[in-house]
Design a protein around this ligand. Structure first.
Ligand code: GLN
Length: 489
């Protein structure tokens, strides 16, 4: 039996029944990686030796006490290359971090290691997670496993593609404005961005600290819930991580949606939505209704201001966060006798065009004289956006809409930065408000996957997963696999 393209839950069951060993799962992951990654480009750093040791350790744990072992024990995973793992190269997709080996492991990753995870490598991403296509990686673009002439989305494109191509059953990504949900939609997998503050950001290379959140990619909502359970929870090392207790999403996952009120935000069904995406999402709404949910149209009037708000706040935070890359402390250095010239040369060579654009935009928005006009105003609009979501959630339990206005687009199709920024119009309001959001497959348009987005109130992560799981189980789109998996299955 092959586990390539299979789920975490199936592998976990087989590991306990003795149908497979962690070493065999690892060998399958490696074989699939070797077969397809030259075409996909999902992985920047491979960690097979580490994975072998972890698999052997997991094998011991499963043998000694299979009941106590986490469902993730012995299962291969890939980590977005913005997540620190002690001693393993971490580039954030940037030249400026070439040669950087973090001296510590981030909390979310450590929790996976504690659960017995087997890490096969670090995945390709847009430089410092800035982008929506993974073409901003300083190393190489990632290609969509469904159609290699197209992008996988971004910025966690490598993590999404690694799952969609069957290299690993799950992966971790990060989402600042859509970087888990949008590539999940474009690659036909499930992606979950938890509530801001649910998962510790300690050991995550910061892009925009008030928006960044770590979350999983997998083939099913249940798998995402399993991973979320493992990584969520308070961490004293991240002052923004919430001390409130984490609800167990598995308890309510199968509760169904009969009697639930689902909101359909009409601003999310505007002109930019591709007809194929609209058709698939509208069909999904009918399915949800057929399952006993009531659909209510709701209004989020400031949606149109979210993009410009995000593109003030995120660059402002990025300009501050990226000030630390000066050639002294991390990664690459362009030597020069004059200190200032060393800074200039290092940053000039080390950062790519999009990162430089963001640093300039952010520095401008924060500069005295413009701070009130841009940054402070954006913060006020951010509050209004969060209040509008809160008002909607007084009437409905969750919101449903498309994740991405389009399906995967061809490489090099969006060279104009504004057209790239538009990829996230339907996801970034969720980050501005700190809400949990799931993207899951809901059909195909022009032979490419379409994603349905489920948004819940803050800290109602379990509810978002429950709605998504109910839809998934009623339809079966999650069983579709990219040609790269089918060819080997
Ligand atoms: N595409 C958005 C940006 O470029 C979001 C990226 C992300 O979520 N990391 O900022």
């Amino acid at each position: 039996m092959s586990f390539t393209g299979g789920t975490v839950a199936a592998s976990a069951a087989a590991l306990r029944e003795g149908g497979v060993s962690p070493q065999e799962l690892l060998a399958e992951a490696r074989a699939q990686f070797e077969r397809v990654d030259a075409e996909v480009g999902a992985v920047l750093t491979q960690t097979w030796e580490l994975a072998e040791r972890q698999a052997a350790d997991a094998q011991r744990r499963l043998r000694e006490d299979p009941g106590a072992a986490s469902p993730l024990c012995g299962i291969p995973v890939a980590l977005k290359d913005v997540l620190c793992l002690e001693g393993v190269a971490c580039t954030a997709g940037s030249r400026i971090l070439e040669g950087f080996h973090p001296p510590y492991t981030g909390t979310a990753v450590q929790r996976l290691l504690d659960a017995g995870a087997v890490v096969i490598g670090k995945t390709n991403c847009d430089e410092f997670a800035m982008g929506s296509s993974t073409e901003n990686s300083a190393y190489r673009p990632v290609r969509n496993p469904w159609d290699r002439s197209r992008v996988p989305g971004g910025s966690s494109g490598g993590s999404a593609a690694a799952v969609a191509a069957g290299m690993v059953p799950y992966s971790l990504g990060t989402d600042t404005g859509g970087s888990i949900r949008q590539p999940a939609a474009l690659c036909g997998v499930v992606g979950f961005k938890p509530t801001y503050g649910r998962v510790s950001r300690y050991g995550l290379i910061a892009f925009a600290s008030s928006l960044d959140q770590i979350g999983p990619f997998a083939h099913t909502v249940e798998d995402c819930a399993l991973v979320y359970s493992a990584i969520a929870g308070h961490d004293p090392r991240d002052s923004t991580s919430s001390p409130t207790a984490v609800e167990d999403p598995m308890e309510t996952l199968r509760g169904g949606i009969a009697g639930m009120r689902l909101g359909v935000p009409h601003e999310y069904f505007g002109e930019g939505l591709e007809p194929g995406v609209r058709r698939a999402v509208e069909e999904a709404l009918r399915v949800l209704e057929g399952m006993g949910a009531t659909l209510d149209e709701v209004s989020l009037p400031s949606t149109g201001a979210a993009l410009s708000t995000y593109y003030i706040i995120a660059p402002a935070e990025c300009s501050s966060n990226l000030a630390r890359y000066d050639g002294i402390r991390f990664g690459m250095r362009k030597e020069h006798d004059a200190l200032l010239q060393m800074y200039l040369d290092t940053r000039g060579c080390g950062f790519g065009a999009e990162v430089k654009r963001r640093i300039m935009l952010g520095t401008y928005a924060l500069s005295s004289g413009y701070y009130d006009a841009y940054y402070r105003k954006a913060q006020k609009v951010r509050t209004v956006i969060a209040e509008e979501f809160a008002a909607a959630f007084e009437r409905v339990d969750a919101l449903v809409c498309a994740t991405s206005p389009t399906v995967a687009f061809p490489l090099a199709a969006r060279e104009d930065p504004l057209s790239m920024y538009l990829c996230d119009v339907l996801t970034l309001p969720v980050n501005l408000a700190g809400l949990p959001g799931v993207s899951l497959p809901c059909g195909m348009a022009d032979g490419l996957p379409v994603g349905l987005q489920v948004i819940a109130p803050r800290f109602q992560d379990a509810r978002a997963l429950r709605v998504a799981h109910a839809y998934e189980q009623a339809t079966g789109w999650h069983r579709a696999r990219s040609p790269l998996v089918e060819a080997t299955a």
